[in-house]
Write a protein that binds this ligand. Sequence first.
Ligand code: FE2
Ligand code: FE2
Length: 418
Amino acid sequence: MDYQHNLAQEFLEFVEQQPRQSLTQLLSRVLRKSRMLTGAEAGTIFIVRRKRSGAYLQAVNAQNDRIRVNASDFEVPVSNKTISGYVGGTGETVIIDDVYHIDAAKPYSFNPAYEAKNYKSITMLCFPLKNYTNHIIGVAQLINRLGPGGTIIPFDPHMAAIVGPVARVVGTSIERTDMMDQIRHKNKVLQNRNRQLADQRSHIGALQEQTEEAFLLSVGLLARAAEIHDEGTGNHIVRTNEYSFFIAQHLGMPKEFCDEIHYSAQLHDVGKMSVDQAVLKKKGRLDDLERAEMDRHTTYGHQILCDSPRLQLAAEIALSHHEKWAGTGYPNGLGGADIPVSARIVQVADIYDALRSERPYKAGFSHEKAMDIILNGDDRLDPREHFDPRVIELFADTHLGFAKIWDELKDPPGAAPA
Ligand SMILES: [Fe+2]
Ligand SMILES: [Fe+2]
């Protein structure tokens, strides 16, 4: 009894020595300690694993003092056929004096296929490792107990009696360590997955950026294409974007609106693509019918743009940028706040730029002259009739910002329309 107690005590202390050891380390030490205590020359330690086809024993550590052995992942099904499989299935401890001459009445037999090369097993002690709930979680197989002078002797039946409680202490520790290993493994898998997800997210982000770039490019090209049909106004469309963005920001419009008007403003005259070419190119005065066709560039533009969800603001601007605050504009004679704010913004941007630009029939005006016309009017333009007073007030306060945009984006000499 004393012997038994000491052995159990020794095992326990041994197992608890290094609580943070990995399963492989722990099993290797358990096997070494078992072999030392029993005098076994060799041994293998298995862990019970489960897959869909059933339970099996996975060899996780093998030791042999005489030859080199490698436990790397050989598997034994849990069944009565093999010794370890029998122990793993029944939980019985088995002592065999000669594995090549096992009593035929026993269900199991020794499978020489599992024998290490150049080695012969004779005596064997095979016992289950159980956890506290008495579940078999592994099998220890000790081979060839060495007696005096290196002779091989049978394992002591007393040892079989004591391995039960010892095996349980060890088994629980193994189970705990195995669980820690699996948690560590799962964590690693999760970390990898998270890393993959992060990669995918940045990939999608890049794709979205590319799509956005392609979209903005197409919108810019559409605006340029429309210009070719018009008087060819150089950077007019780009500057209109910038003034409109500038006004929207200073009016305190939401960021999404500002971003959208920043690319939508340039499309205000896109409908000119659809205007009768003869009318569009006519020099001199237009008669009433021709004027009506020309004015239709607003509705044509709206038709071109209104199908795209991303171009709703552009469609609204194209339709309404010739409406006037007094309700005297076209195509719908809207007045005041009935005119979309986007169109009220683009109107001021468009006219400031037209005043600054050189045209076949006029020189470009200075900033001061353009500002004077917008704020005080001339024979063709009455600001109180034309513009949203709030936008004009803002223009008066921030007109230098308009001058700056003109200076930065003005057409290079010679690029002015013929
Ligand atoms: Fe227009
Ligand atoms: Fe314009």
